[in-house]
Design a binder for this molecule. Structure first.
Ligand code: SIN
Length: 525
């Protein structure tokens, strides 16, 4: 139990990526505390986003068209009402981002430039300097947050448990990342917002910061939150195959500009799987590359003819990654591999971002709003974060404020091993977990493989969770994803079962799971 209590006046936001910071800014002047494990701007996936924000703001476009594209990409499991309402809110949130200082690219007439990305029927992605949208948005928001008196930022704190009293979330238990063996500090608040990011660090090859590894999903599920669509994990086709962890991303905008995918013989092999070749849906291109590499081949992105030397200024981030790996993208092809990129599933929330646990809202990739279904449409993730950040802020402001408890004894820490010595998640256990998720819960899954994964996760959890709450959150998140993938006996979007390769129209709905159900599946093996 915590020795120290920090009573936040107002809201507590756990996480400082786009979802967390935008929520904090929209709450202002309502007070909030933002807990960030790293210095602001470091460690959040949002800052690495190379795409942009999708918004139907062009004359010939319409939020309805954007919603239709979102639903088509989502392979039958997108919540139509959510898609329609999120796309309708997009223009207002772009205005907010502009007001907050985001320097979106403009044309000579001063209009926002709108680019096309795969599976969008219109040009509707607003970007910054080609591939720098995430970084530029985060820089603008961080500057704003630093100037906003109602926002207190506490850097260097990692939350690993929810504090719950009478079934209501009242805050979190967190430790300083520099001293994870110390007693946790209890942060209490009138409203708790989880914005802890996705699950990339559960996979050996991911485009996300390695420390983003299902912490929020794990701690919420352990407190009884309902988790939705956990089996739907998106793999980006073109991570750079350069043996760097995390895996650097080559944005799909390159293929939008005409870059091709070739194998070691120069053959454009994706056409063997889909008539749209490189511009086929993301999951199909990713599996095509996965199979090429699995079968002993190699895959390369060839930007030379279509983009040439323009890559250096139009895609500065990708160019810098190439240069760091000793590749000259102007004259050489770029070796690529699929990499875990995004989690469509997460903590189930309502249209105003409320989880099934009273007192707790969830924003960004940690949540499942129903927008993405089985496969996220490109550049819809930053959009979702800002749309739900605004809704959550409004909901919290309108919610009669409860009392933040002042006494730790009032709260239940969810973990049975609260007395255990706390350590950082041990590197060997983390590495074993990442390898088994990649091998068995990756781009192609089978019943036997998923069952093996669940058994091995249980062994790792038994050995390591008692000394590391951070590892327990990881193994919990991995169990939820794997058990959900085992339950879905069909292939749909990002979830491909080679033992059930067809889509089953009778399963065209999202899934829900609780930790007790996932553990029952695991324990029955
Ligand atoms: C990309 O730029 O390829 C990724 C964009 C996204 O995932 O939304």
């Amino acid at each position: 139990m915590a020795d120290t209590i920090h009573n936040c006046n107002g809201a507590l936001i756990v996480g400082a990526g786009l979802a967390g910071l935008f929520t904090a800014l929209k709450l202002a002047p309502y007070p909030c505390v933002v807990l960030s494990p790293a210095p602001l701007g470091e460690g959040a996936s949002s800052a690495w986003a190379q795409g942009g924000v999708a918004a139907a703001i062009g004359d010939s476009d319409d939020p309805k068209f954007h919603a239709d594209d979102t639903m088509t990409a989502g392979a039958g499991t997108v919540d139509a009402e959510t898609a329609l309402s999120v796309t309708a809110d997009a223009a207002a949130r772009i205005d907010d981002l502009l007001t907050m200082g985001t320097p979106f690219d403009r044309d000579d007439a001063g209009q926002l430039v709108q680019s096309r990305e795969a599976a969008h029927s219109h040009n509707r992605v607003v970007r910054v300097s080609g591939d720098r949208a995430g970084r530029a948005i985060m820089d603008a928001l961080i500057a704003r947050v630093r100037q906003t008196p109602s926002i207190t930022v506490l850097e260097g704190y990692l939350a690993d448990d929810l504090g719950v009293s009478g079934g209501v979330v009242k805050g979190v238990f967190a430790r300083r990342v520099t001293d994870m063996t110390a007693e946790p500090i209890l942060f209490t608040a009138q409203a708790t917002v989880l914005a802890t990011g996705g699950i990339g660090g559960l996979y050996a090859v991911s485009t996300n910061p390695a420390k983003v590894r299902g912490q929020g999903l794990g701690m919420a599920a352990r407190a009884g939150a309902v988790i939705a669509d956990a089996e739907f994990v998106q793999f980006h086709p073109t991570g750079l195959a350069v043996d760097t962890d995390p895996c650097p991303l080559a944005t799909e905008a390159l293929r939008g500009e005409g870059a091709t995918l070739i194998d070691q013989d120069g053959h454009r092999f994706v056409f063997d799987d889909h008539p749209d070749g490189e511009l086929a849906p993301r999951d199909i291109v990713a599996r095509s590359i996965f199979r090429k590499i699995r079968d002993g081949g190699k895959a390369f992105l060839d930007t030379r003819a279509a983009i040439g030397a323009d890559i250096l200024h139009e895609f500065p981030t990708v160019s810098a990654y190439c240069t760091a790996a000793g590749i000259d993208p102007v004259t050489q092809t770029i070796p690529v591999q699929p990499a875990q990129h995004f989690h469509m599933g997460g903590i189930k929330v309502t249209s105003s971002g409320k989880s099934t646990l009273p007192g707790m809202w969830v924003c960004g990739e940690t949540s499942c709003t129903g927008l993405h279904g089985a496969n996220r449409l490109a550049s819809n993730s930053l959009l979702e974060a800002v749309v739900f950040g605004a809704r959550i802020a409004q909901d919290i402001r309108e919610t009669p404020s409860g009392t933040a408890p002042h006494d730790a004894q009032e709260l239940t820490s969810i973990t049975a091993s609260a007395e255990a010595q706390e350590k950082l998640a041990p590197a060997e256990a983390v590495s074993a977990l990442r390898d088994l998720m990649t091998t068995y819960v990756g781009l192609e899954r089978t019943e036997a493989g998923l069952e093996t994964a669940l058994r091995e996760i249980a062994v790792l959890e038994r050995d390591w969770a008692p000394i590391s709450r951070a590892f327990l959150n990881m193994s919990t998140a991995a169990t939820l994803i794997t058990a959900s993938a085992l339950k879905r006996q069909e292939s749909r979007g990002g979830h491909f079962r080679s033992d059930f390769p067809e889509t089953n129209p009778a399963m065209a709905m999202g899934s829900e799971i609780t930790l007790s159900e996932a553990l029952a599946i695991r324990d029955a093996l």
